[in-house]
Design a protein around this ligand. Structure first.
Ligand SMILES: [Zn+2]
Length: 324
């Protein structure tokens, strides 16, 4: 009996401990803060010319802005050139950009993934585009807004950090349209409104994304966004996008907050040689703080691009915006 009562006492004690530990775990879980993930976006990366000359000298073209990416959970930019050794120039296309793969090690050093939906990634045709996809994969870099075929181009890139699934979708709507992917052709995703809405919905429904970010290549080379940009940005937010990041105008454009979601119409150039005017050599790198409800805060760092097309930035953010 003695041993039985001891056993019962022990069991009861174990039981109480188990209950307590479950309660403690519950309390700890309740206190565990929601994951907050930092996502950094840069504008247009075009490595031809000055940046490639720097690379050939063994110089990292991103060295002057490395601190903006260093502690971020996700680091992204728009790759505004094709990285390849094959392909042929698209006929009658002005300004064609192709760079040697030697620069990818620097892209890989500072970035997790790159956007491909733009009016230069197809400059050397589908063969070069396909080679670039292979090179990016080999370098461990993700990509969005382009793919080996139409389906892949419209499939979101999912990046998971601290259990938070972030979907990235990219679209070009600046001509030429023949850079667009097809069922059997590598290329970029084009922003047909209905398709964009479907992709955003699928990012949550099929790909189980917690947060969806759409990256656009659009607009005119002007300081303010046009009506088409505003209409599409709002449509994307209405469909479930948590943030819209734009580029292509080669300069900064205005920002907007719509239904609590930030819209950056254009971040401007980032690594790009060949623009004599100051307006084209001032850009933003934005850092979004994201939780399950979307963007809770963003910071913009001003970047200055030198004559070689290389970016430089100070430590301090120039704009800090708390959304919640
Ligand atoms: Zn462009």
């Amino acid at each position: 009996m003695k041993s039985l009562s001891n056993f019962m006492r022990t069991s009861a004690t174990q039981c109480v401990c188990a209950v307590l530990s479950v309660l403690c775990m519950g309390a700890a879980m309740a206190q565990t803060p929601e994951p907050v993930v930092s996502v950094v976006f840069a504008g247009d990366i075009m490595l031809e010319g000055g940046p490639d000359r720097a690379i050939r000298r063994g110089q990292d073209p991103f060295a002057g802005v490395a601190h903006l990416f260093k502690s971020a959970d996700v680091r992204l930019g728009n790759l505004e050139c094709v990285v390849a050794t094959v392909g042929s120039v698209e006929p009658e296309k002005p300004n064609v950009f192709r760079v040697h793969p030697r620069g990818l090690k620097y892209v890989q050093r500072h970035f997790d993934a790159v956007g491909l939906a733009n009016n230069h990634s197809g400059d050397y045709g589908p063969k070069a585009f396909a080679q670039m996809l292979g090179l990016l994969k080999k370098s461990g870099l993700g990509y969005y807004g382009g793919g080996l075929n139409l389906k892949e181009a419209h499939t979101p890139l999912i990046l998971e950090r601290q259990g938070l699934r972030i979907a990235l979708l990219g679209y070009d709507e600046f001509q030429p349209r023949n850079f667009e992917a097809d069922h059997d052709r590598p290329g970029v995703a084009w922003s047909e409104d209905e398709q964009v809405v479907r992709d955003i919905t699928d990012a949550r429904r099929v790909w189980k994304a917690d947060v969806v970010i759409t990256v656009m290549h659009w607009g005119w080379e002007e300081p303010m966004a046009n009506e088409r940009q505003r209409k599409l940005a709002r449509l994307m937010v209405d469909a479930g996008a948590d943030a819209v990041i734009g580029g292509h105008p080669h300069q900064l454009q205005d920002t907007e907050q719509y239904k609590g979601k930030p819209i950056f119409y254009s971040l401007g150039n980032f690594v790009f040689e060949g623009f004599p005017d100051k307006v084209n050599n001032v850009a933003w790198v934005v850092r979004l703080s994201i939780d399950r409800q979307g963007v809770r805060e963003w910071k913009a760092h001003t970047v200055k691009i030198d004559r070689q097309g290389l970016p430089h930035a100070g430590q301090q953010a120039s704009v800090v915006m708390h959304l919640r």
